[in-house]
Design a binder for this molecule. Structure first.
Ligand code: NAP
Length: 249
């Protein structure tokens, strides 16, 4: 008698999560179900089953895991999505379901880089020097502390518009990565940018801005990743697929 495929819950919202879903969907042994937070109006297409919206905290996630007969959870959320990662570990423990993490490595500075490493968004907003022209690349959710700085100019790049009023000293640029090094250099030069603010997201899709700041000799305010509960972590989809095989063998 044929076995039914193993149901794997992917906590998504990243390119790696999409790639993982495609690999698992291609393998008859697995049945991937990707969960999105529902914050993006038009998410990219994802292979396999997809659901959207919060679970309602740890309890809601635990009940979902049981109801959907989930055999394994892969936390493939963004390195800065700390709450859902903590919930996954707690709900997995309560439901007796193992959790693996897929997380791209952080970017590292190299000799000659001018990086100011800060702990969080608020510190990033505070350390920007007066009169700076900032390229702000942190998404649309956390722009408030930068919009509140009236003695700097902010160009805030994001995929979808912010829910906040954009003050006169700020400008919103709607654009979806990836960007090339040439595009990033041209933007920084045309806009007379003097400092780049970014989360240490890692990965290739948004790395060109770091390369551009490096080649133009611009300082980078680099926001450190939040703490997440420690877990078996793979940095690539291939590595994670091996871990899944080992786990479910
Ligand atoms: P967060 O602060 O860790 O989570 C806030 C709440 O959103 C969670 O408690 C959960 O609600 C819900 N949630 C988050 N991710 C979810 C998922 N994949 N499926 C179902 N519910 C989810 O998350 P965030 O930083 O707002 O990020 C939201 C999503 O955007 C994540 O999926 C992440 O991968 C993606 N993303 C985040 C960033 C970033 O910089 N933070 C960047 C790119 C993409 P309940 O408690 O109700 O379950």
């Amino acid at each position: 008698m044929a076995h039914s495929p193993i149901r794997i819950l992917i906590l998504g919202g990243t390119a790696e999560a999409r790639l993982l879903a495609a690999c698992l969907e291609d393998d008859a042994r697995y049945s991937p179900l990707t969960s999105l937070a529902g914050v993006t109006a038009r998410p990219s297409k994802i292979a396999g089953d997809v659901r959207s919206g919060g679970f309602g905290g740890v309890e809601g996630l635990r009940d979902f895991i049981s109801h959907e007969s989930i055999a394994l959870i892969v936390d493939a959320t963004h390195p800065f999505a700390a709450q859902i990662s903590a919930h996954a570990v707690e709900a997995g423990a309560q439901a007796g379901v193992r959790v693996l993490r897929l997380e791209r490595p952080s970017w590292e500075s190299q000799s000659g880089d001018d990086w100011v490493e800060v702990a969080d968004i608020d510190e990033a907003a505070q350390v920007i020097p007066e009169g700076a022209r900032v390229l702000l690349t942190i998404g649309r959710q956390e722009v408030a502390p930068f919009f509140a700085r009236h003695n700097i100019h902010v160009m805030a790049r994001m995929i979808e518009p912010p829910q906040l009023h954009v003050p006169a000293h700020a400008q919103v640029l709607l654009a979806r990565p990836p960007f090339t090094l040439e595009q990033e250099c041209a933007l920084m030069e045309e806009q007379h940018i003097t400092v780049l603010v970014t989360k240490n997201s890692g990965g290739d899709a948004t790395f060109a801005k770091i390369g551009a700041a490096r080649s133009l000799g611009l300082p980078v305010i680099m926001i450190a990743r939040p703490e997440k509960p420690s877990l078996a972590t793979a940095s690539t989809v291939d590595e994670l697929l091996e871990q899944i095989e080992a786990e479910l063998r």
